[in-house]
Design a protein around this ligand. Structure first.
Ligand SMILES: Nc1ncnc2c1ncn2[C@@H]1O[C@H](COP(=O)(O)OP(=O)(O)OP(=O)(O)O)[C@@H](O)[C@H]1O
Ligand SMILES: [Mg+2]
Length: 364
């Protein structure tokens, strides 16, 4: 379980230190920084997956994501984004900054650079004896399975985490474990259900215990739950949400397609004919009832475009999946929080960005 997340100088977050519980609900007005924190956590996972630079480019690049508030920036102090997470088993930190000035012309002067990267194993603080990965720019030291500290001589890309090109997991099992844990976290924020979205067409499928973050393997992931997951619970929650409808996956020559039967309609309806909210809810249900639940789920405003009548079913989904996974949920819906509270307790955070800097206003 993630016990603590620290984020510095990332978008609207100058410095935030969050202690997490098993189920975490984050509220706040538009622009207060909910999505920024979600994206900060997502960037940690992208780094573990070797996708840091690509992910950061998708987010607008380093100059854009670096905190650009006015206050408390000490002149001469290098600007760095710091992202760290502490779990029951490890403490990982990365520090990202701009490249040093190069003596030759380059188009890459705004590339992100890993200034520092560290892993401390165990839960006993940042002690030299628990520091199994220490990287400063391109120089890295890793502690192997025998406790020997080795200089990491493979090419280290300055704009990518060590995880991106890290081999020999058998030699560095602890570091490999950290990478595997973080890259398996799952993030869901909006599903593109527009007319041309792949969600609305049949797709070649394979057994899929996890829904892709864009939901495009919906039909295959749905069928995977039917075959090896809690199909009863999935059917029950979909029946709660859409009492007049039933859903199934059809497979024609490996093309998987979601279909819906609806009371009063004589033929099955295709995904292309389903409503936006129906498809989004289906995605959430299939994501959260994954037969291989991750240790951590982050959901960004899942209630968007859902009718309030669907909130009890959404709350049930979140409560059920929180039995197996830690959850980070940002929301605009106090009703959803109340419905969750009927079943289980959670940590509540309220964010505020009145001063141009995301702060935790209230927590219980
Ligand atoms: N580099 C940056 N430096 C400072 N502030 C930034 C930076 N990038 C974005 N912001 C601020 O973050 C705000 C957006 O925050 P975010 O998207 O996390 O809001 P949110 O709480 O998710 O809102 P919503 O409920 O509308 O989705 C922007 O309006 C802007 O004020
Ligand atoms: Mg948002």
């Amino acid at each position: 379980m993630i016990n603590r997340i620290q984020i510095q100088n990332f978008r609207s977050v100058r410095n935030i230190d969050i202690e997490l519980g098993k189920l975490n609900v984050v509220f706040g007005s538009n622009g207060c920084g909910k999505s920024n924190i979600y994206k900060g956590i997502q960037l940690l996972s992208a780094a573990a997956d070797g996708q840091f630079s690509t992910h950061l480019s998708d987010e607008g690049g380093l100059e854009n994501v670096m905190w650009s508030g006015e206050s408390r920036v000490t002149v001469g102090q290098p600007r760095r984004i710091v992202l760290s997470c502490q779990t029951d088993d490890f403490d990982y930190e990365m520090q990202i900054g701009f490249p040093d000035k190069l003596p030759y012309p380059t188009h890459f002067s705004l590339d992100p650079v890993f200034k520092e990267e560290n892993i401390w194993i165990g839960n006993s603080g940042r002690r030299p004896s628990s520091n199994v990965l220490h990287r400063k720019n391109s120089a890295a030291f890793l502690v192997d399975i025998d406790g020997h500290k080795n200089a990491y001589t493979d090419a280290v890309y300055e704009n990518e985490s060590i995880f991106g090109h890290f081999g020999e997991p058998h030699k560095y099992p602890e570091i490999s474990q950290v990478r595997e844990t973080m890259r398996k976290w799952r993030f869901y924020h909006e599903f593109d259900v527009s007319k041309t979205s792949a969600l609305r067409t049949a797709n070649v499928g394979h057994r899929s215990p996890a829904l892709f973050s864009d939901g495009t393997n919906l039909a295959a992931a749905f069928q995977t739950i039917i075959e090896i997951g809690d199909s009863e619970l999935l059917t029950e929650i979909l029946a709660d949400a859409f009492p007049e409808c039933s859903f199934y996956c059809e497979n024609e020559n490996s093309l998987f397609a979601m279909k819906m039967r609806r009371k009063g309609v004589s033929r099955p309806l295709l995904a292309s004919e389903m409503s936006d909210g129906t498809l989004r809810f289906l995605c959430l249900a299939v994501a959260l009832l994954s037969p291989r639940p991750p240790s951590f789920f982050a959901l960004n405003e899942p209630e968007n475009s859902l009718h309030p009548l669907l909130l009890p079913a959404l709350a049930k989904l979140i409560v059920e999946s929180s039995r197996y996974s830690q959850i980070w949920l940002t929301s605009h819906s106090p009703d959803l929080a109340e419905l969750i509270a009927d079943h289980t307790s959670f940590q509540l955070y309220e964010l505020d960005n009145g001063t141009g800097e995301t702060m935790i206003k209230h927590r219980r």
